[in-house]
Design a protein around this ligand. Structure first.
Ligand SMILES: Cc1cc2nc3c(=O)[nH]c(=O)nc-3n(C[C@H](O)[C@H](O)[C@H](O)COP(=O)(O)OP(=O)(O)OC[C@H]3O[C@@H](n4cnc5c(N)ncnc54)[C@H](O)[C@@H]3O)c2cc1C
Length: 451
Protein backbone atom coordinates (compact mmCIF):
# COMPACT_ATOMS: atom_id res chain seq x y z
CA UNK A 1 0.00 0.00 0.00
CA UNK A 2 1.15 3.56 -0.68
CA UNK A 3 2.77 4.82 2.53
CA UNK A 4 1.32 8.31 2.07
CA UNK A 5 -2.32 7.27 2.29
CA UNK A 6 -4.46 9.19 4.77
CA UNK A 7 -5.77 6.90 7.49
CA UNK A 8 -8.47 7.78 10.02
CA UNK A 9 -8.62 5.71 13.19
CA UNK A 10 -11.77 5.95 15.30
CA UNK A 11 -11.11 5.51 19.03
CA UNK A 12 -8.19 6.45 21.28
CA UNK A 13 -8.21 3.33 23.45
CA UNK A 14 -5.59 0.54 23.37
CA UNK A 15 -6.74 -0.68 19.93
CA UNK A 16 -6.68 2.73 18.23
CA UNK A 17 -3.44 4.02 19.78
CA UNK A 18 -1.58 0.77 19.13
CA UNK A 19 -2.85 0.81 15.53
CA UNK A 20 -1.20 4.25 15.27
CA UNK A 21 2.03 2.88 16.75
CA UNK A 22 2.21 -0.14 14.46
CA UNK A 23 1.36 1.97 11.40
CA UNK A 24 4.06 4.46 12.30
CA UNK A 25 6.59 1.66 12.79
CA UNK A 26 5.77 0.46 9.26
CA UNK A 27 6.31 3.91 7.81
CA UNK A 28 2.69 5.13 7.59
CA UNK A 29 2.75 8.56 9.15
CA UNK A 30 -0.35 10.12 7.67
CA UNK A 31 -2.86 8.95 10.28
CA UNK A 32 -5.34 10.69 12.60
CA UNK A 33 -6.69 9.12 15.77
CA UNK A 34 -10.12 10.54 16.54
CA UNK A 35 -11.22 10.18 20.15
CA UNK A 36 -14.67 11.21 21.29
CA UNK A 37 -13.85 11.87 24.95
CA UNK A 38 -11.41 14.33 26.52
CA UNK A 39 -8.83 11.65 27.35
CA UNK A 40 -7.16 8.58 25.90
CA UNK A 41 -7.20 5.01 27.25
CA UNK A 42 -10.84 4.02 26.81
CA UNK A 43 -11.63 1.32 29.34
CA UNK A 44 -8.14 1.69 30.79
CA UNK A 45 -9.36 4.31 33.20
CA UNK A 46 -7.22 5.33 36.17
CA UNK A 47 -8.61 8.39 38.00
CA UNK A 48 -6.46 10.36 40.42
CA UNK A 49 -7.10 10.30 44.16
CA UNK A 50 -4.68 12.53 46.04
CA UNK A 51 -1.16 11.68 44.92
CA UNK A 52 -2.16 8.32 43.52
CA UNK A 53 -4.36 6.72 40.89
CA UNK A 54 -6.87 3.92 41.31
CA UNK A 55 -8.47 1.72 38.64
CA UNK A 56 -12.02 1.97 37.31
CA UNK A 57 -11.27 -0.17 34.25
CA UNK A 58 -8.39 -2.46 33.32
CA UNK A 59 -6.15 -3.42 36.22
CA UNK A 60 -3.55 -5.94 35.24
CA UNK A 61 -1.57 -7.78 32.62
CA UNK A 62 0.50 -10.94 32.50
CA UNK A 63 3.90 -11.76 30.94
CA UNK A 64 2.17 -13.01 27.76
CA UNK A 65 0.98 -9.45 27.02
CA UNK A 66 3.37 -9.08 24.09
CA UNK A 67 1.61 -6.15 22.43
CA UNK A 68 1.50 -4.22 25.71
CA UNK A 69 5.18 -5.04 26.05
CA UNK A 70 5.75 -3.53 22.58
CA UNK A 71 4.08 -0.36 23.82
CA UNK A 72 6.20 -0.35 26.97
CA UNK A 73 9.36 -0.64 24.88
CA UNK A 74 8.22 2.04 22.43
CA UNK A 75 7.59 4.42 25.35
CA UNK A 76 10.44 3.37 27.64
CA UNK A 77 8.13 2.43 30.52
CA UNK A 78 7.54 -0.72 32.53
CA UNK A 79 4.96 -2.37 34.78
CA UNK A 80 5.90 -0.83 38.11
CA UNK A 81 2.64 -1.07 40.07
CA UNK A 82 1.71 -2.63 43.40
CA UNK A 83 1.59 -6.42 43.80
CA UNK A 84 -1.82 -7.90 43.62
CA UNK A 85 -2.75 -10.28 46.39
CA UNK A 86 -6.18 -11.70 47.22
CA UNK A 87 -8.17 -13.99 49.44
CA UNK A 88 -11.54 -15.64 48.99
CA UNK A 89 -14.73 -15.05 50.89
CA UNK A 90 -18.10 -16.75 50.91
CA UNK A 91 -21.25 -14.72 50.34
CA UNK A 92 -21.67 -14.28 54.12
CA UNK A 93 -18.31 -12.51 54.22
CA UNK A 94 -16.32 -15.28 55.90
CA UNK A 95 -12.77 -15.83 54.61
CA UNK A 96 -12.40 -19.26 52.99
CA UNK A 97 -9.60 -21.18 51.33
CA UNK A 98 -11.41 -23.13 48.61
CA UNK A 99 -8.23 -24.55 47.07
CA UNK A 100 -6.56 -25.64 50.31
CA UNK A 101 -7.16 -29.40 50.82
CA UNK A 102 -6.26 -29.16 54.53
CA UNK A 103 -9.07 -26.65 55.08
CA UNK A 104 -11.50 -28.63 52.93
CA UNK A 105 -10.89 -32.34 53.65
CA UNK A 106 -14.36 -33.21 52.31
CA UNK A 107 -13.58 -31.49 49.04
CA UNK A 108 -10.36 -33.43 48.55
CA UNK A 109 -11.74 -35.71 45.77
CA UNK A 110 -13.03 -32.65 43.93
CA UNK A 111 -9.73 -30.82 44.29
CA UNK A 112 -7.85 -33.85 42.97
CA UNK A 113 -10.30 -34.13 40.05
CA UNK A 114 -9.73 -30.42 39.36
CA UNK A 115 -5.97 -30.87 39.29
CA UNK A 116 -6.31 -33.82 36.92
CA UNK A 117 -8.74 -31.93 34.65
CA UNK A 118 -6.41 -28.93 34.44
CA UNK A 119 -3.58 -31.25 33.37
CA UNK A 120 -5.84 -32.90 30.79
CA UNK A 121 -6.92 -29.54 29.38
CA UNK A 122 -3.27 -28.48 29.13
CA UNK A 123 -2.55 -31.58 27.07
CA UNK A 124 -5.66 -31.21 24.90
CA UNK A 125 -4.76 -27.64 24.06
CA UNK A 126 -1.33 -28.75 22.86
CA UNK A 127 -2.68 -31.62 20.77
CA UNK A 128 -6.40 -31.90 19.94
CA UNK A 129 -6.85 -28.12 19.89
CA UNK A 130 -3.53 -27.12 18.35
CA UNK A 131 -3.79 -23.59 16.98
CA UNK A 132 -6.50 -22.56 19.46
CA UNK A 133 -4.61 -19.63 20.88
CA UNK A 134 -3.70 -17.46 17.87
CA UNK A 135 -5.05 -13.94 18.16
CA UNK A 136 -8.46 -13.36 16.58
CA UNK A 137 -11.09 -15.81 15.41
CA UNK A 138 -10.44 -16.20 11.71
CA UNK A 139 -11.26 -19.71 10.49
CA UNK A 140 -12.17 -21.27 13.85
CA UNK A 141 -15.74 -22.14 12.86
CA UNK A 142 -14.36 -23.84 9.73
CA UNK A 143 -11.69 -25.78 11.61
CA UNK A 144 -8.74 -23.58 10.66
CA UNK A 145 -6.22 -21.40 12.41
CA UNK A 146 -4.27 -18.56 10.95
CA UNK A 147 -2.27 -15.99 12.89
CA UNK A 148 0.74 -15.51 15.11
CA UNK A 149 2.11 -17.87 17.72
CA UNK A 150 1.62 -16.47 21.22
CA UNK A 151 5.32 -15.86 21.84
CA UNK A 152 7.42 -12.74 21.74
CA UNK A 153 8.64 -13.75 18.25
CA UNK A 154 5.06 -14.14 16.96
CA UNK A 155 5.95 -16.67 14.29
CA UNK A 156 3.14 -16.86 11.70
CA UNK A 157 1.27 -20.17 11.97
CA UNK A 158 -1.64 -21.58 10.00
CA UNK A 159 -3.24 -24.92 9.38
CA UNK A 160 -6.41 -26.96 9.53
CA UNK A 161 -7.73 -28.63 12.65
CA UNK A 162 -11.36 -29.79 12.55
CA UNK A 163 -11.43 -30.01 16.36
CA UNK A 164 -11.26 -26.23 16.59
CA UNK A 165 -14.96 -26.17 15.69
CA UNK A 166 -15.62 -27.32 19.29
CA UNK A 167 -14.53 -23.82 20.36
CA UNK A 168 -17.83 -22.45 19.05
CA UNK A 169 -19.64 -24.23 21.92
CA UNK A 170 -20.31 -22.44 25.19
CA UNK A 171 -17.36 -23.14 27.48
CA UNK A 172 -19.40 -25.35 29.86
CA UNK A 173 -20.42 -27.60 26.93
CA UNK A 174 -16.85 -27.65 25.66
CA UNK A 175 -15.71 -28.83 29.11
CA UNK A 176 -18.46 -31.48 29.26
CA UNK A 177 -17.50 -32.75 25.80
CA UNK A 178 -13.93 -33.22 26.98
CA UNK A 179 -14.86 -34.46 30.50
CA UNK A 180 -12.94 -31.67 32.17
CA UNK A 181 -15.77 -29.80 33.95
CA UNK A 182 -13.76 -29.13 37.15
CA UNK A 183 -11.41 -26.76 35.25
CA UNK A 184 -14.20 -24.20 35.33
CA UNK A 185 -13.45 -23.66 39.04
CA UNK A 186 -10.04 -22.30 38.04
CA UNK A 187 -10.95 -20.44 34.84
CA UNK A 188 -13.96 -18.68 36.43
CA UNK A 189 -11.80 -16.37 38.61
CA UNK A 190 -10.19 -14.36 35.81
CA UNK A 191 -13.26 -14.74 33.58
CA UNK A 192 -16.68 -14.24 35.15
CA UNK A 193 -15.47 -12.02 37.97
CA UNK A 194 -13.69 -9.87 35.35
CA UNK A 195 -17.07 -9.26 33.76
CA UNK A 196 -16.78 -11.61 30.78
CA UNK A 197 -20.03 -13.46 31.46
CA UNK A 198 -21.01 -16.99 32.38
CA UNK A 199 -19.63 -20.24 31.04
CA UNK A 200 -23.03 -21.57 29.95
CA UNK A 201 -23.37 -18.71 27.41
CA UNK A 202 -19.88 -17.65 26.25
CA UNK A 203 -18.20 -19.58 23.39
CA UNK A 204 -15.10 -21.47 24.49
CA UNK A 205 -13.05 -19.65 21.83
CA UNK A 206 -13.27 -16.38 23.78
CA UNK A 207 -12.45 -18.08 27.08
CA UNK A 208 -9.43 -19.98 25.78
CA UNK A 209 -7.96 -17.36 23.49
CA UNK A 210 -7.84 -14.91 26.39
CA UNK A 211 -7.13 -17.48 29.10
CA UNK A 212 -4.76 -19.68 27.15
CA UNK A 213 -3.05 -22.20 29.38
CA UNK A 214 0.00 -20.14 30.25
CA UNK A 215 -1.97 -16.97 30.93
CA UNK A 216 -4.31 -18.85 33.28
CA UNK A 217 -1.39 -20.31 35.21
CA UNK A 218 0.06 -16.80 35.53
CA UNK A 219 -3.25 -15.66 37.04
CA UNK A 220 -3.28 -18.63 39.44
CA UNK A 221 0.28 -17.93 40.56
CA UNK A 222 -0.37 -14.17 40.72
CA UNK A 223 2.40 -13.63 38.21
CA UNK A 224 0.78 -10.34 37.25
CA UNK A 225 1.73 -6.91 35.96
CA UNK A 226 0.27 -3.65 37.24
CA UNK A 227 1.27 -0.02 36.61
CA UNK A 228 1.92 2.54 39.38
CA UNK A 229 0.01 5.26 37.53
CA UNK A 230 -2.63 2.84 36.33
CA UNK A 231 -3.27 1.14 33.01
CA UNK A 232 -4.45 4.45 31.57
CA UNK A 233 -0.90 5.77 31.92
CA UNK A 234 0.36 3.16 29.42
CA UNK A 235 -1.84 4.71 26.75
CA UNK A 236 -1.13 8.29 27.85
CA UNK A 237 2.59 7.57 27.40
CA UNK A 238 1.93 6.08 23.99
CA UNK A 239 -0.22 9.02 22.99
CA UNK A 240 2.59 11.41 23.96
CA UNK A 241 5.14 9.39 21.99
CA UNK A 242 3.18 9.06 18.75
CA UNK A 243 3.95 11.46 15.91
CA UNK A 244 0.25 12.37 15.88
CA UNK A 245 -1.44 12.36 19.27
CA UNK A 246 -5.12 11.52 19.36
CA UNK A 247 -7.45 14.39 18.54
CA UNK A 248 -9.57 14.56 21.70
CA UNK A 249 -13.21 15.71 21.85
CA UNK A 250 -13.76 14.61 18.25
CA UNK A 251 -17.43 14.06 17.66
CA UNK A 252 -18.03 12.03 14.49
CA UNK A 253 -21.55 12.48 13.27
CA UNK A 254 -21.26 10.98 9.79
CA UNK A 255 -19.09 8.52 7.87
CA UNK A 256 -19.52 8.25 4.10
CA UNK A 257 -17.63 5.93 1.84
CA UNK A 258 -17.90 7.13 -1.79
CA UNK A 259 -15.74 7.44 -4.91
CA UNK A 260 -13.01 5.29 -3.34
CA UNK A 261 -12.59 7.72 -0.43
CA UNK A 262 -13.80 7.94 3.18
CA UNK A 263 -15.43 11.17 4.39
CA UNK A 264 -15.83 11.82 8.09
CA UNK A 265 -17.81 14.66 9.59
CA UNK A 266 -15.80 15.61 12.69
CA UNK A 267 -17.15 18.40 14.92
CA UNK A 268 -19.24 19.58 11.99
CA UNK A 269 -16.40 19.67 9.41
CA UNK A 270 -15.99 17.13 6.62
CA UNK A 271 -12.54 15.49 6.39
CA UNK A 272 -11.31 13.26 3.54
CA UNK A 273 -9.31 10.06 4.05
CA UNK A 274 -8.27 7.03 1.98
CA UNK A 275 -8.77 4.35 4.64
CA UNK A 276 -10.64 4.02 7.91
CA UNK A 277 -9.88 1.79 10.92
CA UNK A 278 -12.78 1.49 13.36
CA UNK A 279 -11.77 0.47 16.88
CA UNK A 280 -14.85 1.87 18.63
CA UNK A 281 -17.96 -0.33 19.09
CA UNK A 282 -19.06 -1.64 15.68
CA UNK A 283 -22.73 -1.96 16.70
CA UNK A 284 -22.65 1.81 17.30
CA UNK A 285 -20.68 2.51 14.10
CA UNK A 286 -23.60 1.39 11.94
CA UNK A 287 -25.72 4.13 13.51
CA UNK A 288 -23.59 7.07 12.30
CA UNK A 289 -22.02 5.56 9.18
CA UNK A 290 -23.49 4.95 5.73
CA UNK A 291 -23.67 1.31 6.79
CA UNK A 292 -24.00 -1.25 4.01
CA UNK A 293 -26.38 -4.16 4.40
CA UNK A 294 -23.65 -6.64 5.31
CA UNK A 295 -22.26 -4.28 7.96
CA UNK A 296 -25.68 -3.70 9.50
CA UNK A 297 -26.55 -7.39 9.42
CA UNK A 298 -23.34 -8.48 11.13
CA UNK A 299 -22.79 -5.66 13.60
CA UNK A 300 -26.36 -5.78 14.87
CA UNK A 301 -25.58 -9.30 16.10
CA UNK A 302 -22.97 -8.05 18.55
CA UNK A 303 -23.93 -8.49 22.20
CA UNK A 304 -22.16 -7.11 25.23
CA UNK A 305 -22.00 -7.41 29.00
CA UNK A 306 -23.17 -4.85 31.53
CA UNK A 307 -20.30 -4.58 34.00
CA UNK A 308 -20.64 -2.16 36.87
CA UNK A 309 -17.74 -0.73 38.80
CA UNK A 310 -17.88 1.60 41.80
CA UNK A 311 -15.10 3.34 43.69
CA UNK A 312 -16.03 3.63 47.34
CA UNK A 313 -14.57 5.02 50.53
CA UNK A 314 -14.71 3.16 53.83
CA UNK A 315 -13.44 3.97 57.33
CA UNK A 316 -9.77 3.03 57.88
CA UNK A 317 -10.78 0.40 60.46
CA UNK A 318 -13.04 -1.25 57.86
CA UNK A 319 -10.42 -1.49 55.12
CA UNK A 320 -10.05 -5.12 54.02
CA UNK A 321 -6.53 -6.48 54.40
CA UNK A 322 -6.31 -7.16 50.67
CA UNK A 323 -8.59 -7.86 47.68
CA UNK A 324 -11.38 -10.47 47.83
CA UNK A 325 -13.01 -12.81 45.34
CA UNK A 326 -16.49 -14.05 46.15
CA UNK A 327 -16.97 -17.18 44.03
CA UNK A 328 -20.52 -17.82 45.27
CA UNK A 329 -21.54 -14.56 43.58
CA UNK A 330 -20.07 -15.57 40.21
CA UNK A 331 -23.15 -17.62 39.24
CA UNK A 332 -26.05 -16.29 37.20
CA UNK A 333 -28.48 -16.82 40.12
CA UNK A 334 -26.50 -14.10 41.96
CA UNK A 335 -26.49 -11.61 39.08
CA UNK A 336 -25.97 -8.07 40.36
CA UNK A 337 -23.97 -9.11 43.45
CA UNK A 338 -20.45 -8.13 44.41
CA UNK A 339 -17.95 -10.51 42.78
CA UNK A 340 -14.66 -8.77 43.56
CA UNK A 341 -13.61 -6.14 46.08
CA UNK A 342 -10.28 -4.67 44.97
CA UNK A 343 -7.85 -3.01 47.33
CA UNK A 344 -5.07 -1.61 45.17
CA UNK A 345 -3.08 0.40 47.73
CA UNK A 346 -2.53 -1.68 50.84
CA UNK A 347 -0.18 0.88 52.40
CA UNK A 348 -2.79 3.65 52.39
CA UNK A 349 -6.08 3.52 54.32
CA UNK A 350 -7.47 6.59 52.62
CA UNK A 351 -7.44 5.33 49.02
CA UNK A 352 -10.72 4.13 47.47
CA UNK A 353 -11.67 0.48 46.98
CA UNK A 354 -13.37 -0.75 43.83
CA UNK A 355 -16.32 -3.14 43.46
CA UNK A 356 -17.30 -5.24 40.44
CA UNK A 357 -20.69 -6.72 39.48
CA UNK A 358 -22.33 -8.14 36.35
CA UNK A 359 -25.93 -7.26 35.54
CA UNK A 360 -26.90 -9.39 32.54
CA UNK A 361 -27.10 -12.94 31.24
CA UNK A 362 -28.51 -14.00 27.89
CA UNK A 363 -31.46 -15.95 29.40
CA UNK A 364 -32.39 -13.59 32.18
CA UNK A 365 -33.87 -10.20 32.73
CA UNK A 366 -31.18 -7.55 33.22
CA UNK A 367 -30.77 -6.31 36.79
CA UNK A 368 -31.53 -2.54 36.73
CA UNK A 369 -28.53 -0.34 37.47
CA UNK A 370 -29.89 1.08 40.75
CA UNK A 371 -30.87 -2.34 42.05
CA UNK A 372 -27.36 -3.63 41.33
CA UNK A 373 -25.80 -0.64 43.09
CA UNK A 374 -27.98 -1.18 46.19
CA UNK A 375 -27.16 -4.90 46.19
CA UNK A 376 -23.43 -4.26 46.02
CA UNK A 377 -23.62 -1.69 48.82
CA UNK A 378 -25.51 -4.25 50.96
CA UNK A 379 -22.87 -6.88 50.10
CA UNK A 380 -20.18 -4.49 51.30
CA UNK A 381 -21.94 -4.29 54.68
CA UNK A 382 -21.97 -8.09 54.80
CA UNK A 383 -18.24 -8.08 54.03
CA UNK A 384 -17.72 -5.74 57.04
CA UNK A 385 -16.54 -2.98 54.69
CA UNK A 386 -19.49 -0.56 54.64
CA UNK A 387 -19.18 2.27 52.13
CA UNK A 388 -19.16 5.75 53.63
CA UNK A 389 -19.23 7.31 50.17
CA UNK A 390 -19.43 6.29 46.52
CA UNK A 391 -16.91 8.49 44.74
CA UNK A 392 -17.23 7.22 41.17
CA UNK A 393 -19.43 4.85 39.17
CA UNK A 394 -19.13 3.30 35.72
CA UNK A 395 -21.70 1.21 33.89
CA UNK A 396 -19.40 -0.21 31.23
CA UNK A 397 -20.40 -1.35 27.76
CA UNK A 398 -18.24 -4.41 28.13
CA UNK A 399 -16.85 -7.38 26.22
CA UNK A 400 -18.63 -7.14 22.85
CA UNK A 401 -18.89 -10.64 21.36
CA UNK A 402 -21.26 -12.86 19.40
CA UNK A 403 -23.38 -15.80 20.52
CA UNK A 404 -22.29 -19.41 20.13
CA UNK A 405 -24.73 -19.79 17.29
CA UNK A 406 -23.50 -16.76 15.34
CA UNK A 407 -19.92 -17.76 16.04
CA UNK A 408 -20.57 -21.23 14.69
CA UNK A 409 -22.45 -19.82 11.67
CA UNK A 410 -19.28 -18.06 10.55
CA UNK A 411 -19.71 -14.49 11.82
CA UNK A 412 -15.94 -14.00 12.02
CA UNK A 413 -15.17 -15.49 8.63
CA UNK A 414 -17.77 -13.21 7.05
CA UNK A 415 -16.60 -10.07 8.83
CA UNK A 416 -12.94 -10.83 8.12
CA UNK A 417 -13.88 -11.17 4.43
CA UNK A 418 -15.34 -7.63 4.62
CA UNK A 419 -12.02 -6.06 5.75
CA UNK A 420 -11.15 -3.24 3.30
CA UNK A 421 -14.27 -3.85 1.21
CA UNK A 422 -15.45 -0.29 1.87
CA UNK A 423 -11.95 1.10 2.50
CA UNK A 424 -12.80 0.30 6.10
CA UNK A 425 -11.08 -2.03 8.57
CA UNK A 426 -12.76 -3.38 11.68
CA UNK A 427 -10.67 -3.75 14.85
CA UNK A 428 -11.13 -3.31 18.61
CA UNK A 429 -12.46 -5.73 21.18
CA UNK A 430 -15.06 -7.71 19.25
CA UNK A 431 -12.53 -8.78 16.63
CA UNK A 432 -10.37 -10.54 19.24
CA UNK A 433 -11.25 -10.26 22.92
CA UNK A 434 -12.04 -7.55 25.46
CA UNK A 435 -8.67 -7.15 27.10
CA UNK A 436 -6.05 -4.52 26.38
CA UNK A 437 -3.47 -6.91 25.01
CA UNK A 438 -5.72 -8.92 22.68
CA UNK A 439 -7.10 -5.73 21.14
CA UNK A 440 -3.63 -4.21 20.69
CA UNK A 441 -2.35 -7.50 19.28
CA UNK A 442 -5.23 -7.53 16.80
CA UNK A 443 -4.25 -4.03 15.67
CA UNK A 444 -0.73 -5.28 15.08
CA UNK A 445 -2.00 -8.20 13.05
CA UNK A 446 -4.33 -5.99 11.06
CA UNK A 447 -1.50 -3.61 10.18
CA UNK A 448 0.78 -6.53 9.26
CA UNK A 449 -1.87 -8.13 7.07
CA UNK A 450 -3.17 -5.16 5.17
CA UNK A 451 -0.68 -2.28 5.26
C1 LIG B 1 -13.72 -2.83 34.85
C2 LIG B 1 -12.79 -3.31 33.78
C3 LIG B 1 -11.73 -4.12 34.11
C4 LIG B 1 -10.85 -4.56 33.12
N1 LIG B 1 -9.76 -5.28 33.49
C5 LIG B 1 -8.83 -5.56 32.55
C6 LIG B 1 -7.58 -6.11 32.96
O1 LIG B 1 -7.31 -6.28 34.14
N2 LIG B 1 -6.68 -6.39 31.98
C7 LIG B 1 -6.94 -6.16 30.66
O2 LIG B 1 -6.08 -6.43 29.82
N3 LIG B 1 -8.10 -5.61 30.25
C8 LIG B 1 -9.04 -5.30 31.18
N4 LIG B 1 -10.19 -4.67 30.80
C9 LIG B 1 -10.52 -4.57 29.37
C10 LIG B 1 -9.76 -3.50 28.61
O3 LIG B 1 -9.82 -2.28 29.30
C11 LIG B 1 -10.40 -3.34 27.24
O4 LIG B 1 -10.55 -4.56 26.61
C12 LIG B 1 -9.56 -2.43 26.34
O5 LIG B 1 -9.50 -1.13 26.90
C13 LIG B 1 -10.17 -2.39 24.95
O6 LIG B 1 -9.50 -1.48 24.14
P1 LIG B 1 -10.22 -0.84 22.86
O7 LIG B 1 -9.34 0.22 22.37
O8 LIG B 1 -10.61 -1.94 21.95
O9 LIG B 1 -11.58 -0.25 23.43
P2 LIG B 1 -11.83 0.87 24.52
O10 LIG B 1 -10.86 0.77 25.63
O11 LIG B 1 -13.28 0.75 24.87
O12 LIG B 1 -11.55 2.22 23.76
C14 LIG B 1 -12.42 2.68 22.75
C15 LIG B 1 -12.24 4.19 22.62
O13 LIG B 1 -13.06 4.63 21.55
C16 LIG B 1 -13.70 5.82 21.94
N5 LIG B 1 -14.92 5.96 21.15
C17 LIG B 1 -16.07 5.24 21.25
N6 LIG B 1 -16.95 5.64 20.31
C18 LIG B 1 -16.37 6.62 19.62
C19 LIG B 1 -16.76 7.44 18.52
N7 LIG B 1 -17.98 7.32 17.98
N8 LIG B 1 -15.90 8.35 18.04
C20 LIG B 1 -14.66 8.49 18.59
N9 LIG B 1 -14.23 7.75 19.64
C21 LIG B 1 -15.06 6.82 20.14
C22 LIG B 1 -13.95 5.65 23.43
O14 LIG B 1 -14.14 6.89 24.06
C23 LIG B 1 -12.68 4.94 23.85
O15 LIG B 1 -11.66 5.85 24.23
C24 LIG B 1 -11.07 -4.19 31.78
C25 LIG B 1 -12.12 -3.34 31.44
C26 LIG B 1 -12.97 -2.89 32.44
C27 LIG B 1 -14.10 -1.98 32.09
Amino acid sequence: MDHNIRIAIIGGGPAGLSAGMYLEQKGYENYSILERSDHVGGKCSSPHYGERRYEMGAIMGVPTYYAVHDVEEFCGITHDGPNLIREYRNKQGRTIEPFNPKKNPLKLPHLLAMKKAVKTLGELLETKYKGYDVNGHRGVSQGRYDGFEVTSERKPVSGTNENLKDLCLPFSQFCALNHIEPVMDIWIGPFTSFGYGYFDEIPAAYVLKYLDFRTTMDFVKLNLWTWKDGTQSIWEHLNDKLKHSARLNSSITRVERRDGKVYLTVNGQEEEYDKLIVTSPLDQFVQYADARDDETEHFNKIIHEEYDVMAIKTKPQHQPVMSYYIFENMVKERLGHLMVLYRRWRDDDTQPLTTYALRNHQDMREVPYDVCKKTVLADLETMATPATEVIREEDWYYFPHVSSQDYSNGWYEEVEAMQDKYNTFYAGEVMSFGDMDETAEYSKELVDRFF
